[in-house]
Design a binder for this molecule. Sequence first.
Ligand code: NAD
Length: 499
Amino acid sequence: MTTELTSPQLAAREAELLASIPHQLLIGGRWTDADGQAAFDVRDPATGAVIATIADASPADGVHALDAAVAAQHAWAATAPRTRGEILRRTWELLQERTEEAALLMTLEMGKPLAEARGEVAYGGEFLRWFAEEAVRITGRFGTNPEGTGRMLVAQRPVGPCYFITPWNFPLAMATRKIAPALAAGCTAVIKPAELTPLTTLFLAGLLREAGLPDGVLNVVTTTQAGPVSDAILADPRLRKLSFTGSTPVGVKLLKSAADNVLRTSMELGGNAPFLVFEDADLDAAVDGAIAAKFRNIGQACTAANRFLVHESVADEFAQRLTARVTALRVGRGTESGVTIGPLIDGRAVAKVGALVDDAVAGGAELLTGGHVIDRPGTFFEPTVLTGVSVDSAIFRDEIFGPVVTIVPFSDEADAVTKANSTQYGLVSYAYTQDLRRGQRLIESLDTGMMGLNVGVVSNAAAPFGGVKHSGIGREGGAEGIHEYLETKYVLTPDPFQS
Ligand code: NAD
């Protein structure tokens, strides 16, 4: 039987959890102060209150962290794959045991409702378990060359020390999606979490250490100087790989720096997902899918449906049913029971979403519900539905990253596909249709790295996650995920039977 906790009890539980999180950098297996003991505040976006003050790394700290990753690289690559896998598996087990702590921590620093945070613990944790299993499946091949004069050996070797930069929207999953395959492959790493949500990464690093990860294999630098710290690490010739998840403009800048050092790169960038609803769709399923694809994580997901393209014969019906569901969403602090929509990450996000909505309305869009900043502490925006949105408006072109549905009608399949593909982004698309042949055509004609056909959420540790065009390079998860951290080495030997 669970007993409802009182507010003071909840506050005490939050304070106890926050006090247990390491507040320093993790370098070479030691929790270390930043240069000059610099520190910065982390805030709860639901209240604006400071919840932690943690080390603020300098570029020199970043290089020290890389020193530790470089020092640990040889021994970690030589560690038995089974041992590497077992450390990941043990970390997954610890995370399961501590699901409530991890979930509450994410809700406190990022704002997502607790139920969603628990979902992220399950999803993000799964990368640890998946790559624990993949660690022992790194294979090569052996054969005779076509001339018959030699033997060709092809082996997979770890890339070497890696640098990870992660965003604030999925503080756990974006870290495990990089750490787990890299460690499984035999790479060491430095990770720099987003300054808005560094606590979950520090918590995760603590679990990895508890699970037996050797010193220096994973190093954590938290910092407000993302650019200078990253520049120093990226310029270091000992670094071999950059894996970044974040916005496309920052990704483009980092790709240029990575080019100077000829680094392997994995880039998980922005999205502008189309969500297509055809006249033959099951509208109830489409509305369910729309709620999941749009409002999960308060609309702050790279996979969030950004543009709802609906056949003109069902556009009004779809808008009406969706609006009824959206008005029933409950906004509040993610720790309150029944809340489905938390705050946006910060004031800048609220201002951006508000400006996009105002611009769309000025351009002729109709507001069916929401559209405004909520007047309460924290950074909340009303769940919003807009119809009659112009395809030339900024809200149609840009990644909204907020709880706003934009509905645009289309006339036929060709019009739908043209509108869906009219973007530089290509991460994910969603389509609802009961026509199998149409579904097959859409699989081939939508220019995205992933697609949900009659489903609104596609993420899975067993799937190759990633985009095309300006949405990125490379894949995270699935059998493909570990190859981002492996280099192919080819060896030729003479035919042993010829003298
Ligand atoms: P962001 O690009 O502002 O920041 C991402 C990370 O980059 C943060 O850690 C930040 O500190 C760091 N950063 C910022 N400027 C930098 C610089 N000059 N040099 C080095 N690092 C720098 O993105 P965000 O606001 O944190 O996250 C939202 C974005 O991430 C959205 O565009 C979203 O679509 C994208 N995203 C993509 C995926 C994916 O898998 N494709 C997943 C989640 C989020």
